[in-house]
Design a protein around this ligand. Structure first.
Ligand SMILES: Nc1ncnc2c1ncn2[C@@H]1O[C@H](COP(=O)(O)OP(=O)(O)O)[C@@H](O)[C@H]1O
Ligand SMILES: [Mg+2]
Length: 366
């Protein structure tokens, strides 16, 4: 179980400390997505793993071998970049085989590997075409093919889909997931798009300002975010945060201007251990509902007054731009396709799906 390991890795560009300290382990065969806002250090992390950027401190291991100071070609990795410039004068087969031919591999072997990769990526019938005669998605597959022919121990992807349109991106996401199932190689995929992270990853690494905020399965980071940053970053539309105070001793409640919500038993127990009374409540848009709608068995509904500014009809649900007291929130409410536009009034919120964060530190209280 070697995989890829970063041990105490740091990176500074001059006086700018981009990665203050990173410890991270990718299991062999795992598909891990590193996600975070632009400029948080994702590409830098990937480039250090690839050997394209030296570390300022710490060690990197690939397949159990210390490769901290090894050149890229000795790391048994293949990388796909955002800008996947193909050689315009070479056909698909030429593009895919380029690195192997450069490395002086025997002709039979090169042909064999290209054939296999082309089959895997469904490019067999395009092998003779030039890049300009391919669609965007096919070009992206050729870029993947160039990496796959090398059959590396670990594949690194740096936002490879961000130049594609939305529909193609979603197709390619599925294709990549299938590819990973077939190849069973360690894949490290960098993106700023949390949907890509949620749909493809075995585990997600969420970064902000060079610091890992949480590592976990898509379910874990969505359901149990460690802090306010993760809670706000994962999930679409984003989680709502309301400033509130903890009040009452027997029956703890959270109060703010215009609302007063009882706490679930779980949150009540957790708040007793929390010293700060100033909290941010986290409410996901999808956990609001209209009265009379059935919840799951674990639901514990509390009434909540919404002032609706805009109700957008999007088919089976309505999307509300609203306010609770004086604080803006968004809600996504399932109502069915025949529903009238939703209006201000009393809605329900599932208090078992409410989050509390320490307002000062951002840490999750429960
Ligand atoms: N070669 C470089 N020289 C100086 N600063 C750099 C260099 N490469 C990246 N940076 C800085 O490091 C930070 C992280 O960059 P990057 O890893 O590209 O972020 P991301 O990929 O998450 O968008 C940014 O502030 C960026 O400006
Ligand atoms: Mg980047």
């Amino acid at each position: 179980m070697h995989g890829v390991k970063l041990s105490g890795v740091t990176k500074a560009f001059g006086a700018t400390n981009v990665i203050p300290m990173m410890d991270l382990h990718f299991d062999e065969g795992e598909f891990v997505v590193i996600v975070g806002p632009s400029g948080c250090g994702k590409s830098t992390t990937l480039r250090m793993i690839a050997g394209l950027e030296p570390v300022s401190g710490g060690q990197i291991f690939i397949g159990g071998k210390d490769v901290t100071w090894a050149p890229p070609k000795e790391r048994d990795i293949a990388m796909v970049f955002q800008s996947y410039a193909l050689y315009p004068h070479m056909n698909v087969a030429g593009n895919m085989s380029f690195a192997l031919r450069l490395a002086g591999r025997p002709k039979d072997e090169v042909a064999n590997r290209v054939r296999k990769a082309a089959e895997l990526l469904e490019l067999t019938e395009y092998l003779d075409r030039r890049p300009r005669d391919l669609s965007g998605g096919q070009r992206q597959r050729v870029a993947m093919g160039r990496a796959i022919v090398r059959d590396a121990y670990c594949f690194l992807f740096d936002e490879p889909l961000s130049n594609l349109d939305a529909k193609l991106r979603s197709t390619m996401r599925t294709e990549l997931a299938i590819l990973h199932k077939r190849l069973k190689r360690t894949m490290i995929y960098v993106t700023h798009d949390q949907i890509e992270a949620m749909t493809m990853a075995d585990r997600i690494v969420i970064m902000d300002k060079g610091i890992i905020q949480q590592v976990g399965t898509p379910r874990a980071v969505y359901n149990s975010p460690d802090n306010r940053f993760v809670a706000g970053f994962i999930g679409s539309p984003s989680m709502n945060f309301l400033e509130a105070e903890l009040a009452g001793s027997d029956e703890l409640r959270v109060c703010g201007k215009g609302f007063d919500i009882p706490l679930s038993p779980k949150l009540r127990a957790a708040t007793e251990r929390n010293s700060s009374r100033e909290v941010a409540i986290g409410l996901r848009p999808e956990h609001f509902s209209i009265k009379g709608a059935g919840g799951s068995q674990s639901s514990l509904f509390a009434p909540i007054n919404l002032t609706v500014d805009v109700a957008e009809y999007i088919g089976s649900s309505q999307f509300l731009a609203a306010r609770i007291g004086d604080q803006p929130i968004t809600a996504s409410i399932e109502v069915g396709p025949d529903s009238a536009p939703l209006e201000s009034g009393e809605y329900l919120f599932d208090t078992n799906r409410m989050y509390l964060f320490n307002r000062k530190t951002g840490a999750a209280i429960a």
